[in-house]
Ligand binder design. Sequence first.
Ligand code: HEM
Length: 396
Amino acid sequence: MERNAGPFDPPREITRLREARPVSPMLFADGHEGWLVTGYEAVRQLMADTRFSSRQDLGVLHMPYEIPDMPVITEPSPQVPGLFVAMDPPDHTRLRRKLTGAFTVKRMKMLEEHIGDIVERQLDEMARLTPTVDLVKEFALPVPSLVICELLGVPYEDRDNFQGNSAKFMAKEQSFEEKMAAYGAMTAYLAELVTRKRAEPGEDILSDLARDDDLSIEELTGIAFLLLLAGHETTANMLSLGTFALLEHPEQLAELHANPDLMPDAVEELMRYLSVADIFYRYATEDLELGGETIGKGSTVVISLLAANRDPRRFENPDTLDVHRKARGHTSFGHGIHQCLGQQLARIEMRAGFAGLLRRFPTLQLAVPADEVKLRTDMNIYGVHELPVTWTQTPR
Ligand code: HEM
C-alpha cells in the first residue's frame, strides 16, 4: 500500500518519478525544457562533475520557474563578486581557498565549548519564560545567528537587518524586485561593515579577510552575505524542524533521552530525513551523460537532495526516521567542490542545540496540534515559521 506523504516527506509524485526515472526530463513554467534529478547515485555523480556549472547570478538560491519575471539561466551569467557558491573553478577555487583555514575541523573543535555556552545561555533565557513559547524565536533562530555573528564580527544588535531581509530574500512569494530590494539592503549594510573592518580590523573572520588586499570590497561584501545567509538560515531551520520531527516521533525521542551518545548519529539522520536545503540547480556546459540519459548542452538541471536522501537504493526504509541509522553519506550538505563549508560548524551547533534542549526541557511538547504548526512551504529552505512549545515547570 502506498504510504501517504507526511509533512516531512517528499511529494509522492517526486517519489514515483525517482523510482521510474531518476533523471527525468521536465518542463519549466515558461516552457523551457530541463531535467530533474532525484536518484541518490545520479545526484552524487552530478554534484561531483563541474561540467555541470554552478555559475549563476542571484538566482542561485531560487528555482528558475518560481519567480515569473526571473530569467532561466542556460549560459554563464555575470558573476556576483564574492558569491562563490555560484561560481565554477578557477574563480570558486580562489575564493573558497581563502576561507578553508577559518572553517577547519580543528578550528571548529576549538569553538565547541563556546558554542555550548551560547546554547546554555539561550536555554537559560527560555527557561525564565512562561510557556507557551515559540521555539523558533527563543531558541532555533538566536543560536545560529549569535554564533555566525560572533564568528564573522557582525554586531548581533543589527540582526533585524539581516534576519528580516534574508527571510524576504528566501521567500518564494516575493517578486524578483522585492527580493532584490532585500538583497540590496543587506549588501549595503555589509559593504559598510567590511569597509570599516578593512580600515580597523578586529578578531573575526571578516577582519581576517579584509586584511587580504587581493580581495575587493565588493568581493568581501559578497562573501559576508553568503556566510551570513548560509550560516543562520539553514541551521535555524534544522533546529526547529528537527525538534518538531522528534516531538512527532516520541519513541525516537525516548531513545535519545535514554542514550545521549546517540546524538551525533541522530543529527546525521535528522539532516538526511529533513534535507532542509532541498533544491539546487546547475546547467550543462556540454552534452553530458547522467543516469543513462543525455543532458544537452545548456540544459538547466534541478537537483532534489531530499529525494536523493530518501532513495531506497541507498537507504533502507528511507522514509523512516531512525536515530540508530548510520546516515553519513547523505547529500544534505551537498557533494563535490561546493560541499558545505560550514558543515562542521552546523554539526556542532545541532549536537549542542538538540542535546541542551532535551536535557533542559525533558517534558517539552507541542502546544498546538501538529497539523496547526505552520510549515515554511513558502520558503526555499524547509522549516517552520513558529513552533509553539510547552513544558512542565518545576517549582524553584
Ligand atoms: C554550501 C547545506 C550550514 C556555509 C552548502 C551546500 C549545501 C549546504 C547543500 C551546497 C550548495 C551547492 O552545491 O550548490 C547546509 C545545511 C546547513 C548548512 C543543510 C545546516 C544544517 C552552513 C553554515 C555555514 C554554511 C553554518 C556557515 C558559514 C556554506 C557555504 C557554502 C555552503 C559558504 C558554499 C560552499 C561552496 O560553494 O564552496 N551548504 N549548510 N553552511 N554552505 Fe552550507
